[in-house]
Each structure stands twice: as structure tokens, then as C-alpha cells.
Design a protein. Structure first.
Length: 251
């Protein structure tokens, strides 16, 4: 009785059995992966010159070496399974590039994301320079911006025609102001006639990176569409200007 292994050809004497070695296809895939990673760094360096620090450069070198070692398995990819190798290798490389490039260029990429959000959802102030904020105009041409009063988020309308910073009753209540304790003795002209407001001082008002402390504001007695950032706010800035449907605030 014979076993199935007895039909196999005998192994030549003096020749040890060897596994498959590196392939030319695998070498091209490995070099292509490293070239794609290098191209990503080169492109972002051209877009954002000087955005990386020395610590970022050290992290990049360490990560590239690690990627080169981990992806060296591509060297042993052969023709019989190249399609599957390309699919999984491409997914792995894309994930590695997102992690590496996202870490090294997190600040400029984050700024791009903020600017895109500002365009899609007007109201978010974007840092566009040193001590400079930019607010995109809404569809109606007005400038709405999200800020906080005493930590409560409030959507303001920037109004150069208003003298004061004006809070609606609802926004004032969310900011922790006791409406029942206010004395509404300040008359003001509104779209619905003469309205009355009360003056209070809030601990903190922020718009983007602009932070003001001990800010006098007017709480309107009647409901209003949005709270206002008037000239009392704008006068505290270094300058403000309107350019191409964008309101630029400098402080």
C-alpha cells in the first residue's frame, strides 16, 4: 500500500527547498507606494510652506521608515495575486497617508476645513491671519456670526447701524441673566417702533478668538430676530472692513 506522497518527484540532493523570492512586480509596487507618500509631502509643502516644525519633521522621518518596513511585504507579491494585492495595498497606503499627512499638516488642513465650513454655513468666524477673523456674508448679504456670552452660544447679527451690543430676551436668559430683576428704562428705535431695554454687564463675550471681559450690553424687553453686535463691539477692535462679501475683523 502506497501513500499519495510516494508519487511526488524526489527532491534533488544538495538543493535546499526555498520559498518564493522578491518579484519585479512587488518591487514596483513598493517603490510606487513610497513615491506616492513622498509626492504627498512635496505637494503639501508647496501649498503650505513653513507649516511644519522640527518635531513634525522628526515624526515624518520615523513614520516613513516604519511605512517602508511594513510595506516591504509588497516585494513578495507575484503575478498570480497582484489584483488583490493592489486593492488591499492601496487601502492600507491611503490610510497611512491620511494619518501621516494629517498629523504633519493638521493646522493648515484644519484652516481649510474651517474656511469650507464658513462658506457652506455662514456664521462661523475663520482665522485668516494673525489677530484677524473673517465672516462670510449670508445669502441675504447680512453678516451673522456665532459667539458666546458667559459661555452660552449666541448667534449675532453684526449691525453697524446699532450703537450697542443688544441681546434678545431668550439669548439673555440662556446667558444666565435674570430678566425679572432688570429695569427696562432705555428707549430705542426699532423696526416696530420704540422699544425699551435694560443695561447689564456680562462677564465675558467671545467671537472666534476675540474675547472681551466686563462688557456692557443691552437686553431688549421685546422679542427680536437676532441679537446684535453694534458699534460698542466694533469700536473695541483695531479695525474692520468689508471685502468681497466678507467682513474682516482685526484686533
Amino acid at each position: 500500500m502506497t501513500g499519495p506522497w510516494e508519487n511526488l518527484p524526489p527532491r534533488p540532493k544538495g538543493q535546499p527547498q526555498r520559498g518564493p523570492g522578491p518579484s519585479r512586480l512587488g518591487l514596483f509596487l513598493w517603490l510606487g507606494a513610497l513615491a506616492a507618500l513622498a509626492l504627498g509631502f512635496f505637494t503639501l509643502d508647496r501649498w503650505f510652506p513653513g507649516s511644519r516644525s522640527g518635531a513634525d519633521n522628526a515624526y515624518i522621518v520615523q513614520t516613513v521608515v516604519l511605512v517602508a518596513l511594513l510595506s516591504s511585504g509588497l516585494l513578495f507579491i507575484h503575478q498570480s495575486n497582484w489584483r488583490q494585492a493592489l486593492r488591499y495595498g492601496g487601502l492600507w497606503l491611503a490610510a497611512a497617508m491620511v494619518l501621516v499627512l494629517g498629523y504633519a499638516y493638521q493646522e493648515p488642513l484644519n484652516n481649510i476645513a474651517l474656511q469650507l465650513r464658513s462658506q457652506l454655513v455662514p456664521g462661523y468666524a475663520v482665522t485668516t491671519g494673525e489677530r484677524e477673523l473673517t465672516i462670510s456674508a449670508s445669502d441675504g448679504g447680512s453678516y451673522l456670526v456665532f459667539g458666546t456670552v458667559n459661555g452660552a452660544q449666541i448667534r449675532f447679527l453684526v449691525d453697524t447701524g446699532a450703537s450697542n451690543i443688544v441681546l434678545s430676551p431668550g439669548d439673555a436668559r440662556r446667558a444666565g441673566i435674570d430678566l425679572e430683576a432688570l429695569r427696562y428704562d432705555r428707549p430705542a428705535a426699532t423696526a416696530n417702533g420704540i422699544g425699551y431695554g435694560a443695561t447689564v454687564t456680562v462677564d465675558r463675550l467671545t467671537v472666534g478668538e476675540i474675547t472681551l471681559s466686563d462688557v456692557p450690553v443691552t437686553v431688549q424687553q421685546a422679542e427680536m430676530g437676532a441679537s446684535l453686535l453694534g458699534m460698542d463691539f466694533l469700536r473695541r477692535l483695531k479695525s474692520f472692513s468689508v471685502q468681497d462679501r466678507k467682513l474682516v475683523l482685526r484686533w
